[in-house]
Write a protein that binds this ligand. Structure first.
Ligand code: IMP
Ligand code: MG
Length: 339
């Protein structure tokens, strides 16, 4: 029996913090023999720049771009039609997706009925990709699994074997979707997605908790959210962040509501996930807009303002390092296309 090791990438806010970019970058290191998505479905939109070309993937993990086996985990939900279309699009772009992508037999399937049911959903402001109804049926034990769908047959894999418990070497890179604020248990219920978006879901995908080498948390120096809740702050610089940061949903094209970074929320997400490395993406966006504010505590009427990016960063780092015992490294990075 082999030991299975993994690194896990999770989003600490409301999705859209650049997990796709981080996974794409990590997968190029040659460290990993497998990339596995562990939650969500085609509600996700990962924007990836590969060799100068922009890709938006919804289901296929970012390992494919580097020729690594990429698995849709058992905790995911999959719309077969959309999945097959994504495989074709990647193939057309010269990525060997047919060969590299696998689907765990126990992933649940989003059917036309699930899509239909969500087609006019307004209460939560979902992505209308049938995510909630699919997870509901899974838990009601009336769902359909990937193993029952003929068109998925050639992609099927057993996660136990995929993770190489029975031979082989290598480390799995576990790719999360959505984020801590959208987690069904930890997020701002009911304005959440229907899966667990924390490292717990990666464990449930088949990784022993002791063998997680590193948890990589991804965030932005400001916060965005897409959905029905009133979320946006009214400072004009927040509209600038939306424009400069091109903050539009990768799946639905909806504008992402912007607000300032919540320090306590970030600390909570980092601690619940046991984050070792924290990556802030889109630092360049905040710098281009030139407004440096955050919420130092849970009260949204308390906004703290800084004169420049380095004062902002120093404050954030100080509080994070004091409050997050497992945090070892903080990286300030830029927009996806700038890596
Ligand atoms: P659902 O996941 O489609 O059910 O949507 C529930 C909530 O999560 C809505 O507010 C969506 O906008 C949000 N959401 C779901 N997936 C993503 C994502 O990948 N990025 C950002 N928001 C998401
Ligand atoms: Mg996204």
């Amino acid at each position: 029996m082999k030991n299975v090791f993994a690194d896990v990438v999770v989003d600490l806010q409301y999705g859209d913090c650049g997990k796709g970019k981080v996974v794409h970058h990590l997968a190029s290191s040659g460290d990993y023999s497998l990339v596995m998505r562990f939650n969500g479905g085609s509600n996700a939109g990962h924007t990836i720049y590969h060799r100068g070309k922009k890709f938006v993937t919804h289901l296929v993990p970012a390992g494919v771009f580097h020729g690594i086996k990429s698995v849709v985990g058992g905790g995911c939900v999959i719309n077969a039609e959309k999945f097959l279309r994504e495989i074709d699009q990647l193939e057309e772009a010269g990525i060997e997706a047919s060969k590299l992508v696998k689907v765990c037999y126990n992933a649940h399937v989003t059917t036309d009925r699930h899509m239909e049911e969500e087609s006019s959903e307004l209460k939560i402001g979902t992505t209308r990709t049938g995510n909630g109804p699919t997870y509901r049926d899974k838990h009601a034990r009336s769902g359909v699994r990937a193993e029952e769908i003929a068109s998925l047959n050639r992609f099927l894999i057993d996660p136990y074997l995929a993770l190489k418990y029975e031979g082989g070497t290598g480390v799995a890179l576990m790719e999360g979707a959505q984020g801590f604020g959208l987690d069904i248990d930890w997020g701002d219920y009911p304005y959440v997605s229907s899966s667990n978006c924390t490292v717990a879901a990666a464990v449930n995908a088949g990784v022993p908790p002791q063998n997680i080498r590193r948890v990589i948390g991804v965030a932005k120096p400001y916060v965005t959210y897409v959905g029905a809740r009133d979320f946006a702050g009214n400072h004009p610089a927040l509209q600038q962040l939306q424009l400069v940061g091109e903050e539009y949903g990768a799946t639905t094209g909806r504008p992402r509501q912007c607000n300032w970074l919540s320090v306590p929320q970030l600390i909570k997400g980092a601690n619940i996930n046991g984050v070792n490395t924290l990556i802030f993406n889109k630092t360049d966006v905040m710098q281009n807009v030139g407004a440096y504010m955050l919420f130092p505590d849970w009260k949204t009427e308390n906004v703290k303002e800084f004169d420049n990016m380095s004062d902002f960063q120093e404050y954030v780092e100080f509080y994070l390092r004091n409050a997050c015992p497992l945090l070892e490294e903080i990286i300030w990075s830029s927009s996806p296309h700038e890596i």
